[in-house]
Unconditional design. Structure first.
Length: 329
């Protein structure tokens, strides 16, 4: 491990101070630090000042709001999410996704906000500086090339946060604090460009995720090389509402195959308004596989990740249909 270069650390206790500190050049949000600190040691990314959110107690709370929505503060740890009764019972797909992150130590340290805002990853970029020096600088290093996809004009590094597809499927809303606080559907915080992958400006930070009072049923699945710790090679979540003898308003979302989660609208249309037969589930999996175009920047090769996507979507849909037919009481 390389030593960290000297950095300053500030831990404001009020939101206005946090916003002011984050507006300064070279400032970065520090949450649990489980990804940021090892990344800084390899200069991926770099910053001068860490602005810790640990002084904002409200960001740790998980509570039901007056309108029945569940508000999860961005500093709630993944371990908090895995064991919280309201999440386990009402939003089990989110608990499953949080449980799939890294290892027990990482879940105890890592936060939901850090998982949602996790920097994008690429096997050409997530390397020590000396390794990277052997290649021309890529988009993320201030250059003008993507080693994974030379024909692309933008960075295709991977959004690897496991909770992201589950939050999209559950129709979560992101609460951003800054000079002008705002709320937006979670998928809208991702730009689709791996270099600046979040619509979160300097001086802003993710404060909370809000989940609907009456959530759809949902399921999450992940593919990774080593089940004990690895980042996803692909992950997927699905959701729908069972009403009048049919699944309605389905959401099929695949992630960890590019810089933003992907909604598979063709599969959603196919699944809307019916019960799910085996043929329909398999066809939806095929549509998901065709909707994703991963690049050679993960551990698994491109074809392997596409096949994984098909399997994940099929299994998640199967989980939901099986639970409907044979509910676990
Ligand atoms: C060996 C290893 C294995 C891992 N495996 C997985 C895995 O399988 N799945 C997975 O999803 N992750 C994995 N991770 C990454 C990481 O541990 C988790 O994603 C964790 O949830 C990150 O949360 P954190 O609070 O530690 O974030 P930090 O490391 O503090 O921050 C991560 C990034 O998000 C930004 N950020 C954090 N909070 C906010 C906020 N509230 N508003 C705006 N920006 C914010 C930070 O500036 C930083 O860029 C792994 C990490 C390691 C080292």
């Amino acid at each position: 491990m390389m030593p960290l270069r000297p950095l300053s650390l500030t831990t404001p206790s009020r939101p206005e101070e946090t916003v002011a500190a984050l507006a300064a050049e070279g400032a970065a949000v520090l949450a649990g630090g489980s990804d940021l600190i090892p990344g800084l040691a390899w200069e991926i990314p770099t910053c001068d000042t860490l602005v810790s959110l640990a002084g904002l107690d409200a960001l740790r709370r998980i509570e039901t709001e007056e309108d029945g929505r569940l508000r999860i503060g961005a500093m709630a740890t993944l371990a908090d999410i895995v064991r919280h009764p309201l999440i386990r019972v009402g939003y089990p797909a989110l608990a499953d996704a949080a449980q799939a992150v890294g290892s027990p130590e990482l879940r105890a340290q890592g936060t939901l906000g850090g998982n949602v805002c996790l920097g994008t990853r690429c096997r050409f970029r997530n390397q020590p500086p000396l390794w990277r020096e052997a290649l021309a600088p890529c988009w993320q290093s201030g250059g003008e090339v993507c080693h994974a996809a030379p024909a692309k004009e933008t960075c295709v590094a991977i959004l690897s946060g496991d909770t992201v597809p589950a939050l999209v499927a559950l129709r979560a809303e992101a609460e951003i604090w800054g000079r002008r606080p705002r709320r937006l559907p979670i998928e809208e915080i991702y730009t689709g460009d791996g270099t600046h992958h979040l619509h979160i400006a300097p001086g802003e930070f993710l404060a909370a995720l809000r989940l609907p009072a009456a959530p759809p049923r949902a399921a999450f699945r992940k593919w990774r090389t080593r089940a004990s710790i690895d980042f996803p090679e692909a992950n997927a979540a699905v959701s729908a509402v069972w009403r009048d003898g049919a699944w309605r308003e389905p959401v099929v979302v695949v992630s960890a195959v590019g810089p933003a989660p992907i909604r598979v609208q063709a599969a959603e249309s196919l699944l809307d308004g019916s019960a799910w037969s085996e043929e329909r589930i398999l066809a939806a999996g095929d549509l998901a596989r065709r909707a994703v175009h991963p690049y050679d920047n993960g551990q698994l090769n491109v074809a392997g990740r596409q096949i994984a996507v098909r399997g994940l979507v099929v299994r998640a849909l199967g989980d939901m249909e099986m639970e409907r037919r044979e509910p676990v009481l």
